[in-house]
Design a protein around this ligand. Structure first.
Ligand code: ADP
Ligand code: MG
Length: 377
């Protein structure tokens, strides 16, 4: 995808009020391996703040815990530990919460019901949540229908599906992937949320139409002041869209800061690795790290820093203790022992024998995917 360099760091002004916060969010999925019980450490102690009217990106490889984090933030799954705060207070119960926080999923093909029209998909949340008096029930007369239609038209116009009347009458199979994703976004907007959580909203779309959907998200923030969490495996698109980037590795946030800084001057060796794999015409000198190994098994994640088996800079301390987040610049932090002060010579001794391929070996616990019958995603 074409990346247009835009300096958005100034939008990440720390003075913006936090609207949604993850505090120490943790999710452990119990799974069964034959007769044995095991636990997938999918998300571990993630703290993240979504500033009002800002776009925050969560970036990481597949399996790094991004969707699990987004689902906890949407209250679709319960955290094992930690909490979600809305406007600084414990998040309200599901229905009241859903009016403020909506989730858009990756797959626009499975998220719309093929037997229902676009109008139905958009009218339903309007009725269920009673938006602008649109309610389900015996009171639904022609007048109500009229106002429902105008609300549906308004939603379709906001996501640039025009002429809206024509799109309202269409069925999902008559739409392209990008148009379907726009309908999914319109459906999320129907309840007039303040916060949109978008889980890989463009990764299943044709490269040629991704930019249009990303620009729609940028417009919604610009025009309507929507607060957005943009979840992606593509750090280049995160730089394009977001003010702030949080990088996840093996269930933990390992670096966060203004998007331009994190991508121009990545502090954490993992972010450097991620960037070296991402084409970015905007970057003059790609970081020099070559690919090393694969992400760890989350049933038995590495001790200390979860990245240490792949890290070319690994020291003794990295295998023992989890690195604290250190501020490397204003608003830019990295959880890496390289940025810590006062390590003893023993702690900073290079870790010999750190084998980047260790975690690739298929062991009895390999492939920590969900097991049928376990908690639904
Ligand atoms: P991402 O969205 O970054 O690809 P996920 O959040 O989907 O990552 O998954 C993180 C880890 O949690 C993966 O190892 C995945 O297999 C595991 N996982 C996700 N959901 C479940 C579940 N319901 N049961 C067991 N393991 C799960
Ligand atoms: Mg995912």
């Amino acid at each position: 995808m074409t990346v247009i360099p835009i300096e958005r760091a100034e939008r990440a002004a720390p003075s913006r009020r936090p609207v949604l916060e993850a505090r120490g969010l943790t999710k452990h999925f119990p799974v069964r391996r034959g007769a044995r019980q095991a636990v997938v450490h999918a998300v571990e102690d993630v703290t993240l703040t979504l500033p009002d009217g800002g776009i925050t990106a969560v970036v990481g490889e597949s399996g790094s815990g991004k969707s699990t984090l987004a689902r906890m933030l949407a209250q679709l799954i319960k955290p094992t530990a930690g909490s979600v705060l809305l406007d600084g207070e414990a998040a309200p119960a599901r229905k009241r919460y859903a009016r403020q926080v909506q989730l858009v999923l990756q797959d626009p093909f499975s998220s719309l019901n093929p037997v229902h029209s676009v109008r139905y998909h958009l009218a339903r949340p309007l009725q269920i949540h009673g938006v602008n008096g649109a309610r389900k029930g015996p009171g639904n007369g022609p007048g109500n229908r009229q106002s429902l239609d105008s609300l549906v038209t308004d939603l379709l116009t906001r996501v640039s599906l025009t002429p809206a009347e024509q799109f309202a009458a269409k069925y999902p199979h008559e739409l392209s992937g990008g148009q379907r994703q726009r309908v999914a976004i319109a459906r999320a907007l129907a309840v007039q949320p303040r916060i949109l959580l978008a889980d890989e909203p463009v990764s299943m779309l044709d490269v040629s139409i991704r930019l249009g959907v990303l620009n729609l998200l940028a417009d919604l923030r610009e025009r309507e002041g929507l607060t957005i969490l943009y979840v992606t495996h593509d750090i280049a698109s995160a730089r394009y869209l977001a003010d702030v980037i949080a990088v996840m590795y093996a269930g933990q946030v390992i670096e966060s800061g203004p998007a331009a800084r994190v991508t121009d001057e990545p502090a954490h060796p993992y972010t450097q690795l991620l960037l070296s794999a991402a084409p970015d015409p905007d970057r003059a000198q790609p970081p020099s790290l070559a690919g090393r190994g694969a992400p760890p098994n989350l049933i038995r994640p590495p001790t200390g820093c979860r990245f240490h088996p792949r890290c070319p800079h690994a020291m003794q301390v990295c295998a023992q203790d989890r690195p604290p987040a250190a501020e490397v610049a204003l608003g830019h932090s990295s959880a890496c022992w390289l940025h810590a002060q006062g390590l003893t010579p023993a702690q900073s001794r290079p870790l010999l024998g750190a084998d980047p391929n260790t975690d690739r070996k298929p062991g009895p616990d390999a492939g920590p995917g969900p097991v049928p019958g376990e908690e639904k995603r």
